[in-house]
Design a binder for this molecule. Structure first.
Ligand SMILES: C[S@@+](CC[C@H](N)C(=O)[O-])C[C@H]1O[C@@H](n2cnc3c(N)ncnc32)[C@H](O)[C@@H]1O
Length: 401
C-alpha cells in the first residue's frame, strides 16, 4: 500500500518553520488531524478536520476508517519521541506512513543549554506518575523531562527536595522554539511554586545529592530497608543473585509469582524490563504498588489471587518467570513452564524442605541448575559480634527449550 498517512512535526514557530516536504504534505492533505492548537495554524486550508478526542484512543478507529485517503497528522516537535508518531507506528505498518520530524523539545533544550544529548537522559512525566523520575536521581546526571503542565516544575522540585536532591539545579524552559520562549532556573529547594509557568514546558535537571541522601544504584540488590514489607522479603544478597539468574534486559517481560512485597518485579523493572506481580495476599498487593512508586517504577501491574489459577490474567508469554512463593501449590511450576516463551528462563527459590523437594524432583525431570545459597550477616551480640545466618535458599534456574 502506498503511504497515505503522514505525520508532520511542527514547532512553536508554526508553518514558517517547516521544511518544504512537510509543507507539501500539509498542503496536499484531504484530512488534517491534530489538537486544536495545531489545527488553528492552518485556518484557510480546505481539508476536512479531525481533532484528537479525549481519551486519545477514541479517535484511533476514526483514523483507521480514513485508510487510503491523504491524511496528515500535525504533531509537536519530533513525533517519534514520546509523541503521537510512536503510537501510530504501532497501529499502522511503516509502508503506510510518511513521518517528517521537526526538532523536538529535547533537541531544542539541549541546544539552548549546550548539553550533549548523548550524555543526557530524556524522560517524560506527561500522562505518567512523577515518581518515575526517582529511578534517575544520581549525582551528576543530567535529565530533560517533558512536563505534564504548568504545575509540573513545582511537583518535581518537591520530589527532588524530599529525596535529598534539593541542591539540584532545575531549569524550566517554556514554549521552546517560539517568540514566547522563556527560561527560569533555581535550586529545587528554593523553587518558587507560586510563579506561573506555561503548560507547555520542559524541565532540565542537573542532579545534586546531599551527602546523606539515599542514592539507589542501578544494580539489583537494593538495601532491604528500601522496601516496605511484613518480613516476607527476599533478602538483599539473595535478591541480587536471583536477579542475576533471571538476567533482565530492557523491554523483557517477567512474571513474579508469589511476589510478596514486589522486590523481584521492582528490581526487574528498574533494569528496564516489564514485570507483572502475582500475589494472593491483598495487603501485600498494596505494598507492591507502594514500593513500586517509591522505587521509581510506578504502575507495575499486580494480579491479585492464587497461582496457578490467576496466571491466565498475567498477559502475554513472558521471557522469564520467578517463583518466590507457591511452589508447593499443585501445578504452579508446570503452569509457569507452559506459559514461558521458548528460550525463556524459570527461576524459583525454595526455603522450606517441602518446596525444595519440589525443585529437586523438577530438576531431575527437566534438567536445569540447582544452587544452595547461604548468607550470614554480622550482627552485634552484647559487646561482640556474631554471624547471623539467613535461612538458606535452594535456587532452581532453567531455560525452556
Ligand atoms: C517469600 S514471599 C516472596 C518474597 C518476595 N520475593 C519479596 O521479596 O517480597 C512468598 C509470597 O508468595 C505468596 N504466595 C504463596 N503461594 C502463592 C500462590 N499460589 N499464588 C500467589 N501467591 C502465592 C505469599 O503470599 C507470599 O507473599
Amino acid at each position: 500500500m502506498t503511504p497515505w498517512l503522514s505525520i508532520v512535526g511542527i514547532g512553536e514557530d508554526g508553518l514558517d518553520g517547516l521544511a518544504p516536504a512537510a509543507r507539501t504534505l500539509i498542503a496536499q492533505a484531504e484530512v488534517l488531524v491534530g489538537g486544536p492548537r495545531h489545527l488553528a495554524m492552518v485556518p484557510d486550508h480546505r481539508a476536512e478536520r479531525l481533532a484528537w478526542g479525549s481519551p486519545f484512543a477514541d479517535t484511533l478507529p476514526r483514523l483507521q476508517a480514513l485508510r487510503g485517503r491523504r491524511v496528515c497528522v500535525m504533531a509537536s516537535g519530533d513525533p517519534m519521541w514520546f509523541g503521537v508518531g510512536s503510537r501510530l507506528a504501532r497501529l499502522f505498518p511503516p509502508e503506510e506512513l510518511t513521518i517528517v520530524p521537526h526538532p523536538g523539545a529535547f533537541s531544542l533544550a539541549a541546544a539552548g543549554l549546550g548539553w550533549s544529548l548523548a550524555d543526557t537522559t530524556c524522560l517524560t512525566i506527561h500522562g505518567r506518575p512523577v515518581e518515575g523520575l526517582l529511578l534517575h536521581l544520581h549525582p551528576g546526571r543530567r535529565l530533560l523531562v517533558l512536563s505534564q503542565d504548568g504545575a509540573s516544575p513545582a511537583q518535581v522540585a518537591v520530589l527532588l527536595t524530599e529525596h535529598g536532591c534539593g541542591d539540584s539545579r532545575l531549569t524550566v524552559l517554556e514554549r521552546l522554539g517560539g517568540q514566547a520562549e522563556r527560561r527560569r532556573s533555581a535550586l529545587a529547594r528554593d523553587w518558587d511554586a507560586a510563579a506561573p509557568v506555561d503548560d507547555l514546558n520542559t524541565l532540565a535537571i542537573e542532579v545534586e545529592a546531599a551527602p546523606d541522601a539515599r542514592i539507589l544504584g542501578v544494580a539489583p540488590g537494593l538495601p532491604d530497608d528500601a522496601y516496605l514489607h511484613d518480613g516476607q522479603l527476599t533478602k538483599r544478597e539473595l535478591r541480587a543473585a536471583t536477579l542475576a539468574a533471571l538476567a533482565p534486559w530492557p523491554g523483557a517481560r517477567l512474571w513474579d509469582v508469589g511476589a510478596g512485597c514486589g522486590s523481584i518485579a521492582i528490581e526487574w523493572a528498574r533494569c528496564g524490563g516489564r514485570a507483572v506481580a502475582i500475589e494472593r495476599d491483598g495487603a501485600r498487593c498494596d505494598l507492591i504498588a507502594r514500593n513500586a512508586a517509591r522505587l521509581g517504577v510506578p504502575g507495575i501491574p499486580v494480579v491479585a489471587g492464587e497461582a496457578p489459577a490467576v496466571l491466565a490474567q498475567a498477559g502475554a508469554a513472558p521471557d522469564a518467570i520467578f517463583v518466590g512463593g507457591g511452589l508447593t501449590c499443585p501445578g504452579v511450576l508446570e503452569a509457569c513452564w507452559q506459559a514461558l516463551r521458548p528460550g525463556g528462563r524459570l527461576v524459583a527459590n525454595a526455603v522450606t524442605a517441602e518446596a525444595e523437594a519440589v525443585l529437586l524432583a523438577w530438576q531431575a525431570g527437566r534438567g536445569g541448575d540447582l544452587a544452595r545459597l547461604a548468607v550470614s550477616r554480622l550482627v552485634p551480640t552484647g559487646r561482640f559480634h556474631t554471624w547471623h545466618p539467613l535461612k538458606p535458599v535452594t535456587q532452581y534456574s532453567g531455560r525452556k527449550p
